[in-house]
Design a protein around this ligand. Structure first.
Ligand code: PLP
Length: 413
């Protein structure tokens, strides 16, 4: 008899049999408030009826058509619809299955069009678990353990994590940009640097929104040195931060390549990179994509996802509910000396547990996480030390559900 790999057993296993909106249900019909969204995936909620209907309809028509031989209707229609939400200029889209694959494709594209090899990433960044994506990931040692010698070329520059440094955001940005300039002089010369890759909010690295001025500083240096700016919006895209894309919080900062996945298809495996057509059309070397990228059912679900986000004003709801959740979480933190910081953007909220000396306390985060699960509130942890509890509910969450989660969270902490 086959058994589940121990790696697949979670700290708080819920045997979910069905999901609806912000709720998951187990075999005993116990109800859980899912403030994980399957790690930021089901932005439209579990099994949104319009997503379900679109996927079911597509299953009956065409499940799979590989893009080297078949261009199917959902793929073409999705591309057209994405054109309505993608930042101006990013008018060419390539499809894959997962965030990690899209990250690797973006590296390949950046290397090809610049003729340079190095990628600069930022401390605490998470870009995936496959070899190449893990080589770009510095969100914690566990993500690289056991992978051995990895793809060369990633240079790591500081991220302006103001709380961690004990500085103001302005000081942290000034420091991070100064260090990047130094890195470009000493470690990764501009002539060898293809791209900067960054998340608008550090995700796995601790839910740290990029402070004002940081992305603009990267853009300025990218322009100055002919380096591409790759924005990894795998976790921050599709309304999660209260704007459609996380980088929209940073005025006119422009990406050369944008990576999206997670919320794109409400749970069906689908990812994409978007870039200006003049970049994308410079035929990449080698063979691109994979067997399942741009799957027809996933594309149909993504089209429905876009419709739901627009018709239910989920971006606006993420902003409003995010504010409510952040305020409520901050209020609760006032009574707890071991909560060092509460931060977030839209419906990406992180609560960092620290000791009196400011040292990370993963034990407390784990405990709060478990106590919350015991009260039917599902959460995740993150951060290099695992001492940050994150709240990432579906964007369909309402005020009553936010308040319910806050009550459970207060009891848990
Ligand atoms: N990039 C970011 C910012 C992510 O948060 C993730 C996943 O959490 C990835 C890339 C990798 O995506 P996937 O797990 O779909 O490979």
């Amino acid at each position: 008899m086959a058994q589940l790999s121990p790696q697949l057993k979670q700290a708080t296993p819920v045997r979910a049999v069905r999901g609806s909106g912000v709720y998951l249900y187990d075999a005993e019909d116990r109800t859980y408030l899912d403030f994980t969204s399957g790690i930021g995936v089901v932005n439209t909620g579990h099994c949104h009826p319009r997503v379900v209907e679109a996927a079911q309809r597509q299953v009956g028509k065409l499940i799979h058509g590989q893009y080297t031989t078949v261009l199917h209707e959902p793929l073409l229609e999705l591309t057209e619809r994405l054109g309505e939400v993608l930042p101006a200029g990013l008018d060419s889209v390539f499809y894959l299955n997962s965030g990690s694959e899209a990250v690797e494709a973006s590296v390949r594209l950046a290397r090809h069009v610049t003729g340079r090899q190095n990628i600069v990433v930022f401390q605490g960044g998470f870009h995936g678990r496959t070899m190449g994506a893990a080589a770009l990931t510095t969100a914690g040692t566990k993500f690289r353990a056991g992978l051995g010698p990895l793809m060369p070329g990633a240079a790591v520059s500081p991220y302006p994590f103001a709380y961690r440094y004990g500085w103001s955001e302005e000081q942290a940005v000034e420091f991070a940009l100064r260090e990047l300039d130094y890195l470009l002089r000493t470690v990764s010369a501009p002539a060898d640097t293809a791209a900067f890759m960054v998340e608008p909010v550090l995700g796995e690295g601790g839910y740290v929104p990029a402070p004002a001025g940081f992305l603009a500083g990267l853009r300025q240096r990218a322009d100055e040195h002919g380096v591409l700016l790759i924005l990894d919006e795998v976790q921050t895209g599709f309304g999660r931060t209260g704007r459609f894309w996380g980088h929209e919080h940073h005025g006119g900062v422009r990406a050369d390549i944008l990576i999206t996945a997670k919320g794109l298809a409400s749970g069906f495996p689908l990812s994409a990179i978007a870039a200006p057509a003049e970049l994308m059309s410079q035929a990449w070397p080698g063979s691109q994509g994979g067997t399942y990228g741009g799957n027809a059912v996933a594309c149909a679900a993504a089209i429905a996802t876009l419709e739901v986000i627009r018709s239910e004003a989920l971006v606006e709801n993420a902003e409003e509910m995010g504010r409510r959740l952040l305020e409520g979480t901050r209020k609760i933190a006032v009574d707890h000396a071991t909560i060092g910081d509460v931060r977030g953007l839209g419906l990406m909220i992180g609560v960092e547990f620290t000791g009196a000396d400011g040292e990370p306390r993963p034990d407390l985060a784990q405990r709060a996480h478990k106590e919350a699960a015991d009260r039917g509130l599902l959460l995740l942890t993150c951060g290099a030390h695992g001492n940050t509890v994150r709240m990432i509910p579906p964007l369909v969450v309402n005020a009553e559900q936010v308040d319910d989660a806050l009550t459970r969270w207060q009891e848990a902490v």
